[in-house]
Design a protein around this ligand. Structure first.
Ligand code: NAD
Ligand code: LMR
Length: 340
């Protein structure tokens, strides 16, 4: 090149490199709620993932435009848009992973549970279709309140006779993403090196970051720092809801977190070893029937639900404090699905 500066890698290469493809069998991913605030950037990120061969974008409205737009990106996944309930079956058929960010988001002053009345019905109808059209798919539930929507999904699948506890995941990855960011910032450590498990559920005090297990460990943080980091992680969603001032909740960071989690599911399906992420799954590590903790992902979904490890006294107290609320949210979801 005669000394000319070398051409920088196009940004699409940079993005695609972050998802490593050990081997790339055909994999279909469906996004339900694909025209929404999360759905659109999530569709973009899944289109950039070389593990995806087919990307189905479903919503009740707006998907033709989103699908046409995303489909022009020169990456592997073949993109198709599906709109309205009569196309839901086609969108789902043959899916390996179904990601669900369908439903209403919070406005300031609301709790995630305030979304229950609308989102429970949406999740129930989408899961009924999943049971019919792609009963073997891994389901990544993003729709809130996750602490209730995951139990709803489980009940719908049980009723349909398709429930496999290894294949149902509440996406709590955003809590992990936040905990990593806040910890790295406070401890002044490069964030790329940081890991923080987050357990429990996905609402307020049910979100329990385990900073005592954060890596790399640091002695730069006081007990008060840890308490402040815990509170900020628990209130991370509310921080965004308030900053957006009525225009919804986290969408971009959620799309990132959702894409990372779906990528982990795809890697597991493809047989890549040692894929471990936190997720809200059927669990027996506490007395609660669903609980978020580290999960090893494999060819059939959940390969192993990992235990909590050693907790600090502060975390032990946090664990006891969250149980009543999490139990009530789980029971509310189960009751709804049984009665409707
Ligand atoms: P949004 O309103 O921008 O988008 C939701 C989309 O869902 C819309 O396009 C809407 O048309 C679609 N939709 C509604 N009913 C549908 C149905 N029956 N089938 C298919 N699509 C349907 O909302 P958003 O900001 O993208 O948030 C979506 C959900 O994700 C909310 O419930 C929100 O609370 C939740 N959320 C969860 C997390 C998490 O960490 N798990 C993080 C952020 C947001
Ligand atoms: C989040 O954690 O950002 C989401 O659960 C959305 C919300 O309502 O806070």
């Amino acid at each position: 090149r005669g000394g000319a500066p070398s051409c920088p890698a196009p940004s699409s290469h940079i993005l695609r490199r972050s998802f490593s493809a050990e081997s790339a069998p055909e994999r279909k991913v469906a996004v339900l709620g694909a025209a929404g605030g999360i759905g659109q950037p999530l569709a973009l990120l899944m289109k950039l993932n070389p593990l995806v061969s087919h990307l189905a974008l479903y919503d009740i409205a707006g998907t033709p435009g989103v699908a046409a737009d995303v489909s022009h990106i020169n990456t592997r996944a073949e993109v198709k848009g599906y709109m309205a309930e009569e196309q839901l079956g086609q969108a789902l058929e043959g899916s390996d992973v179904v990601i669900i960010p369908a439903g209403v988001p919070r406005k300031p002053g609301m709790t995630r549970d305030d979304l229950f009345n609308i989102n429970a019905g949406i999740v129930k109808s989408l899961c009924t279709a999943i049971a019919k059209y792609c009963p073997n798919a891994l389901v990544n539930m993003i729709s809130n309140p996750v602490n209730s929507t995951v139990p709803i999904a489980a009940e719908v699948f049980k009723k349909a006779g398709t429930y496999d506890e290894k294949k149902l995941f509440g996406v709590t990855m955003l809590d992990v993403v936040r905990a990593k960011t806040f910890y790295a910032g406070k401890a002044n450590i490069p964030v790329a090196d940081v890991d923080v498990p987050v357990v429990g559920g996905h609402a307020g005090i049910t979100i329990l970051p385990l900073f005592s297990q954060a890596t790399p460990a640091t002695n730069a943080l006081s007990e008060d720092d840890i308490k402040a980091l815990t509170k900020r992680t628990q209130d991370g969603g509310t921080e965004v809801v308030e900053a957006k001032a009525g225009k919804g909740s986290a969408t971009l960071s959620m799309a990132y977190a959702g894409a990372i989690f779906a990528d982990a599911c795809l890697k597991g399906l493809n047989g890549v070893p040692d894929i471990v992420e936190c997720s809200f799954v059927q669990s027996s590590i506490t007395e609660l029937p669903f609980f978020a903790s580290k999960v090893r992902l494999g060819k059939n979904g959940v390969e192993e639900v990992l235990g909590l490890g050693t907790l600090s006294d502060y975390e032990k107290q946090g664990l006891e404090n969250l149980k009543a609320e999490l139990k009530a949210s789980i029971e509310k979801g189960i009751k709804f699905a049984k009665e409707n």
